[in-house]
Write a protein of this length. Structure first.
Length: 381
């Protein structure tokens, strides 16, 4: 009698676990489809896609452990399948997909690094740049903020012989000469503009664009806008969408190979990311191994920093090394430049400030110093 009761309880527990396994698999599929297809169209799917994805794997891990302990092998197989789905599609584990490219001998190492106003000290930032042997570095959040002074004068002093350009909270520093430098105003927002630098690498020219897109929301902003979080998320998504549209417009104007690098504040899933990879190649997706998480540096939970390339520039390898000079990890890529340099005129060259149409958004970097440097003061939006 006792044995029958225990067997009945065991069967009921087994049915519950089977049901939970099926329910968990459906939930994982729903989260993936919602975050990928609906994505930034709805504030709820923004939350599903932008929060750290690790939490979604906890039920799978528990169910897998239980099925292994109970020696339910086919149930374990189902949970292993769910775990692989979670690790690859939700967590973003990457295996390089592109074919090996034969080097032309003009390889340059590009690094993008959100330095968080050098809040941990400029020496750590310089040490990270030197450890990675970077040739060109796109920096974000280089402006003065709260208790932290403008770090760019010290960065330039600690990199003697390097070339640099800085506007607003963006900066590009390079071992190689910078031939041209421009600033692109994204609407009226000097904080979220883009810097373009044309870097001369021996007999090649590499056009590099440094960007920093609007973030979805911080914990502080969620707390402050708790009664209106849905319209707030819709607003920040609209800003990022407009900024990506500006990148696409820029790509149409340039008509030449170039690199776009920076902090996109966008996970590698969803509509905004897909818009980028339809036009550009994600260097980490092409030649990187693993998760490539760039935020946070002390507890990496998501990939929001990228190096994108256009045809004519081939990623050889890409990684997000475990460095701790900022709250972000840098992303570093070795790029092969296949096109030789040639005389090139930008569509906005030769236009004087007084003659500029309101729709023209490109400015020589020197022209923007007076008004854009206001963005180097405390202004974190």
């Amino acid at each position: 009698m006792v044995m029958e009761v225990m067997e009945g309880k065991s069967r009921r527990l087994q049915k519950i676990i089977y049901a939970l396994t099926a329910f968990n698999a459906v939930c994982l599929l729903f989260i993936y489809m919602a975050g990928t297809l609906v994505a930034e169209r709805c504030w709820l799917t923004i939350v599903l896609g932008y929060v750290p994805q690790q939490a979604y794997g906890i039920p799978t891990a528990l169910l897998l452990v239980w099925s292994l302990i109970q020696k339910r092998w086919w149930l374990a197989a189902l949970n292993i399948t769910a775990a692989v789905f979670f690790i690859v599609l939700l967590m973003g584990f990457n295996v390089p997909h592109s074919d090996a490219h034969r080097q032309t001998g003009r390889t340059v190492r590009v690094m993008t690094y959100n330095i968080h106003h050098a809040s941990q000290g400029v020496p750590l930032i310089i040490n990270d740049i030197k450890r990675m042997h970077a040739d060109i570095v796109c920096l974000q959040e280089t402006n003065q903020m709260k208790l932290w002074h403008d770090p760019m004068p010290e960065i330039e002093r600690r990199l003697p012989g390097w070339h640099s350009t800085a506007v607003g909270q963006l900066a590009i520093v390079s071992r190689y000469p910078i031939k041209d430098k421009y600033f692109y105003r994204s609407g009226d927002d000097t904080w979220r503009g883009f810097i373009l630098a044309n870097v001369v690498v021996k007999d090649r020219e590499l056009c590099v664009v440094d960007v920093h897109l609007t973030k979805a929301a911080s914990i502080h902003e969620i707390t402050r806008h708790h009664d209106s979080i849905a319209p707030f998320l819709d607003c920040t998504t609209a800003l990022r969408s407009r900024q990506i549209s500006d990148i696409m417009e820029m790509a149409s104007e340039l008509k030449r190979p170039f690199v776009v690098a920076g902090d996109f504040n966008t996970p590698p899933r969803g509509r905004l990311y897909r818009r980028m990879v339809r036009r550009f190649s994600d260097a980490f997706h092409a030649r990187g191994w693993g998760f490539g998480y760039s935020y946070r540096s002390d507890l990496p939970i998501m990939r929001i920093d990228y190096i994108f390339t256009t045809p004519g520039i081939h990623p050889l390898k890409c990684a997000a090394p475990a460095l701790s000079g900022s709250d972000h990890r840098p992303v570093v890529a070795d790029l092969d430049i296949t096109r030789r340099s040639s005389s090139h005129h930008y569509p906005w060259d030769g236009i004087k400030p007084a003659q500029r149409d309101v729709n023209i958004k490109w400015y020589p970097a020197e022209e923007t110093e007076k008004w854009a440097n206001r963005g180097r003061i405390e202004d974190e939006r």
